[in-house]
Each structure stands twice: as C-alpha cells, then as structure tokens.
Design a protein around this ligand. Sequence first.
Ligand code: FMN
Length: 342
Amino acid sequence: MNLIDDLKSGKYPVIAAPLAGYVDPPLVSILLELGAQYMIYPFISSEGLIKRSIYRNQVAGKLKAWRETMHDGWNHFQLFGRDQSIMAEAAIILEKEENADAIDLNMGCSVKKVWKAESGSSLLKTPEIALNIVESVIEAVDIPVTLKTRTGWSREDENGFWLIRESAKLGIAAVTLHPRRGKDQWNSDAIWDEIKQIVSEVDVPIIGNGDIKSPSDTVKMLNQTGCNGVMIGRASTGNPWIFPRCQSLIHDGFDMPEPSAVERIDICILHIERLVQFRGEDIGIRESRKHVGRYLKGLPIASKIRKEIVLFNTLNEVRNKLIEYKHYLQQLNSENTNEIIK
Ligand SMILES: Cc1cc2nc3c(=O)[nH]c(=O)nc-3n(C[C@H](O)[C@H](O)[C@H](O)COP(=O)(O)O)c2cc1C
C-alpha cells in the first residue's frame, strides 16, 4: 500500500481525516474491516516528542497500538509545531523509531491545543516559517512528507496557495487542501473552487477536503476540482461505512445503500467493546459516549436512548440497552409498512 502511488495513478483514494479525540485503534480496526484503506494519525506535538519523555513514551505506546492495528497498512503520522529544527528532529524519530511510511505536516488545524502552540493553521500568518519547516523536514527524512493546510489565515490573504506552490518546488509528496481560512475555523463553507485552482497550478497530488457529507459529494468534488483523492472528517464520525460507499461509487458507479439501523447498532456495540478492550472499562465507556450519539443520529427516540446510556458505567449495561433498543426498532419496523429499519 502506498498512498502517494495511489494518488498518482488515478485510484482516487478516500482517506479518513485525522480527527484528534476520535480516530484511534478501536475505530481504525472497524474502518479497515469495513473497507477503508488510508487514514492519518492525528496530530503529534513535535515539542512534546523531543522535550518531554513522558509524552514521548505515551506517543510511542499509542503508535505501537496503531501499527499493530494497521497490520501491513500505511502508517502516516502527523506532526505539528513551529520550530523547524524540532519538527525535523521529531520527523526523524517517527521515521527511524516509529516506522512511519510518511509524515504529514499539520498546517491547517484549528484545534485550540495546536493554535496555542502558534502552529497548525496559525502558521499561515507567517508562511515563510511554515515553508522553512517544510524544507527542513523534507531534508531530514527519506520517506514522503505531505502537507495538510488551508487556503490562508484570513480572507485577506492567500498564504496557503503560496505555501503549496513553494512546497511543490521543494518536493512535497502530496497536499491536502481544506479550502477555508484558518481564522474561520468551520464557520463558512469550504470553497471547492479553490481546490480546483491549486490543482491547475501545481504538479503535486492534491487531496480535496472539506464538507463532504455523502458518497455523491465525493464524486462531485473529484469532478468539480480534478483533485487526486479526497479526505473525509466529520461526516465519518458514527458513519465508518462512508469510506466503502464512496469507493464503490467512484470505482463501480454503484451507490451502496445506507447501513440499516441494525447494522449501525451492531457496529456501535462492536466499537464500544473494542474501546473497552483497548482503554479499560472506565475510560472506554466514557470515551464511547461521544461515538454513540453519532451512530444513533436520526434514529427514532435516539436522544432518549443516548441520555440513558450516558448514565451507565459498565459495558454490560450499555450493551444491553443497545440490544434492547435494536429489538425495539425491529419491532417498530415490523409494525411499519415502509421498511426503513431492517
Ligand atoms: C474533532 C476534530 C479533530 C481534528 N483533528 C485534526 C488533526 O488532528 N489534524 C488535522 O490536520 N486536522 C484535524 N481536524 C480537521 C479535519 O481533519 C478536517 O480537515 C476538517 O474537519 C475538514 O474536513 P470535514 O469537513 O470532512 O470534516 C480535526 C477536526 C475535528 C472536527
């Protein structure tokens, strides 16, 4: 598996976005089983890796679990930071000690922790610093280096375009463009025509990202922009089926049906079981709460069920409630002539 080759050879990969706090080995195992191929490990602090041994050990443990889950898949790890030599040093650690297949540079993220370090999308305020990082990291490692960025910091600048053009000259292997301004966070629509613009300007694979909600959106983005692959973030939470469904529509023209309520609940239970196995019951159950609401979104009485589930602290209680809910929906369906719930 090689994401860069697949991007270049017209395979139009559909990549699971790095989503800090969501994408972890239990979810990755489910994504892989359902047919997703590529995902990027969420941001890792370069400063933390270099300067704090506790953080370094924690990250090493997490990356080991990630690699074991990926089997012989593509290990693509993302770094954030604003010091070019620390970023380069951290990249070497990921390459040599953590067996990374590629390193992604986070220059688009608007998460508070990343902003506070003047990194992520806030690097677009000082694009020269961002470019120095790109150059140092490319020089430091032998594996592909990719960039994930936005089109600029504010509506008044187009620094993201400049950064991508200059990074292309330095040998960046691929770029994910989320066509919003950093300052806007998620408060505006992604402007897909800006992806089209950069595709026409550089000879580097471009991954389009931003506001894909369905398989048909994926095909629309590919057609509208000419990008080489797409990345899906928020629309994949509680919806891991989106990846095989997008791939099926792109490659076979077949629009797979949406998962049934029963499938959604079954995968939700499996996800919680794996979280508990991975994190222990206490933390696993707590962490599962944010996923449950997303799996159940739009189903009858989902919010009532979710409110009940957040009060439970054991796997058995949560699982029993979900199984009971599944039976309730099946019963409801058998009384209903239109078969929405299979
Ligand atoms: C909860 C959350 C966590 C995120 N974590 C990261 C991250 O670790 N690294 C990154 O580059 N972007 C991160 N992002 C941004 C997404 O990867 C993606 O670029 C953005 O959500 C736009 O794609 P979407 O419209 O498909 O969600 C995060 C977004 C969210 C909502």
